[in-house]
Ligand binder design. Structure first.
Ligand code: ATP
Ligand code: MG
Length: 482
């Protein structure tokens, strides 16, 4: 089950994890898992076994005195209602407590990963305050939860006592009043009744935790069944090669109804290099994200070789592409595994070759264990430029026909940038590439430069033409010269 859950996580929509707090999900899932396991192991047995015992006991009680037994049966719904109300309140609190824990886990996660920034900005006291508030709230909720929990047990004892007292009273009347029951029979009745209490308790506890387990299981299954927003159709086309062009046809896109791209028309022919430039926040990364279908357009279509992307098998589509992003995504694993990521059949020789091309081989050899060095959480033990070169090596090794480079050299100093740039130039030759760059000197030779501003194409053309036009592109290049 854990594996299936994980499998679904890897398939989910990118936006999903921004929308829902990670920590909240983490703590909820661990709790839910424990709940389900507890149910399966402990409660199921008593829920299956005890009813039989209880039925037998009731039959005996009925045989002894139908009147008295009916009387006790009338009392049960009343006490049941009281107990149900208590449980309902407990549950609401438990939910709050879980959410509070989720926020705490999230804050811890952020704190560990953002340690550097926190120290640099002297934000310790700010975060301490935030954590203090969360902890206080969590403590308050938990205190109230355990107070209610502790209270609920004496309360149900009390209810039990009342029931027994009522039986004594009514039974006593039957014995003393109308000679309807012999005293010794009444004693026997009480003994039977008392010995039925334990199985009944087991049963009701079993039911409660079974309910909790079902709720937890339902949440887990709901999540497992959350269909990723982006899927391939059942009769998806298989594709092994990219032959003619990628085309954006009147493409618009918004994040949560906020438009980011507006009516984009763009054709990227096979073998060409297209550069996307323009002010920050203009929508360049978003545009690039539409090509591997990280998102689907809200309006219009993206076509590959004349067919809309959704018609292709998603895995095939993505295996045509190599992506190096603004924030290289690395895993807490060895350098070797990070480069060979997702490619099962590669040899040591090929990995090293790719690292050489990406200008990463030398620094890798200088690390403690070379290719077997662990790079830490999110590549923490590497410099920004080193991380980026690993990401480039990964793309080189994959050797895809389409390359998407989103600020692939942004984290490099000018010397290594020149070296990596050379490597990328070699890599881009005979390939179709979409290159996003802030440093405009690196994309002067692109076949087409597309200037994106506020989600629209402001200008397009080759470098000399755009300079001559004396528009936004020229302004941007001149700003960078100084
Ligand atoms: N996951 C997201 N959810 C909501 N809004 C987003 C998301 N990603 C980006 N945006 C918004 O979309 C707009 C375009 O972002 P995008 O990352 O495409 O810009 P960009 O041109 O790549 O900028 P930069 O040059 O700084 O990388 C921005 O205003 C940004 O705030
Ligand atoms: Mg960007």
């Amino acid at each position: 089950m854990r594996l299936r859950l994980y499998e679904n996580i890897t398939r989910l929509h990118l936006g999903f994890f921004n929308e829902q707090r990670r920590g909240d999900m983490l703590s909820r899932f661990t709790n839910d898992m424990a709940e389900v396991e507890n149910t399966v192991v402990n409660s199921l047995k008593s829920v299956l076994k005890e009813p039989l015992t209880i039925v037998v006991y009731f039959a005996v009680l009925f045989a002894i005195s139908a009147k008295l037994t009916l009387f006790t049966l009338v009392l049960l719904p009343v006490t049941g209602a009281v107990v149900a109300e208590i449980i309902k309140r407990l549950r609401a609190r438990a939910q709050q407590s879980q959410e509070a824990m989720g926020r705490i886990v999230n804050l811890l996660d952020e704190t560990f990963s953002g340690m550097r920034v926190i120290k640099a900005f002297n934000a310790r006291s700010f975060l301490l305050g935030k954590m203090n508030d969360e902890l206080k709230f969590h403590r308050k909720v938990n205190l109230s939860l355990s107070r209610k929990n502790e209270l609920s047990s004496p309360l149900s004892e009390f209810l039990g006592v009342i029931i027994v007292a009522a039986i004594m009273y009514y039974g006593g009347k039957l014995v003393l009043g109308g000679n309807e029951m012999q005293p010794q029979v009444f004693m026997g009745y009480l003994a039977f009744y008392a010995s039925m209490i334990q199985p009944a308790k087991n049963f009701s506890n079993g039911i409660t935790s079974l309910q909790k387990g079902t709720v937890a299981a339902r949440r887990i299954f709901e999540f497992m069944d959350t269909r990723p927003a982006i899927t391939s159709p059942p009769d998806a086309r298989r594709i092994k090669e990219f032959t003619t062009a990628i085309e954006f046809r009147n493409v618009s896109f918004s994040y949560n109804h906020r438009p980011v791209l507006k009516h984009i028309n763009l054709k990227i022919e096979k073998g060409k290099t297209i550069a996307l430039v323009g002010p920050s926040g203009g929508g360049k990364s978003t545009l690039a994200d539409l090509i591997p279908r990280f998102y689907d357009p809200v309006e219009g279509e993206v076509l590959l070789d004349g067919l809309p992307l959704p018609q292709y098998h998603l895995d095939d589509l993505r295996s045509l592409m190599g992506i190096v992003t603004q924030e290289p995504i690395l895993f807490n694993d060895t350098i070797y595994n990070n480069i060979a990521f997702g490619l099962p059949h590669v040899g040591e020789e090929e990995v090293q070759q790719a690292a050489r091309i990406a200008n990463a081989h030398d620094f890798i050899m200088q690390t403690e264990k070379g290719y077997q060095t662990l790079i830490g959480d999110r590549g923490l033990k590497l410099s920004g430029g080193q991380r980026q070169r690993l990401a480039i090596a990964r793309a080189v090794l994959k050797n895809p026909p389409i390359l998407i480079l989103d600020e692939a050299t942004s984290a490099l100093d000018s010397e290594s940038e020149r070296q990596v740039q050379d490597a990328l130039m070699r890599l881009m030759k005979n390939r179709t590439s979409v290159v996003i760059a802030h440093r405009l000197s690196t994309i002067q030779h692109a076949d087409e430069i597309v200037v994106i501003q506020d989600g629209t194409i402001a200008e397009r053309g080759r470098h000399p033409d755009l300079i001559q036009r004396n528009g936004l592109y020229r302004k941007l290049t001149e700003m960078q010269k100084t």
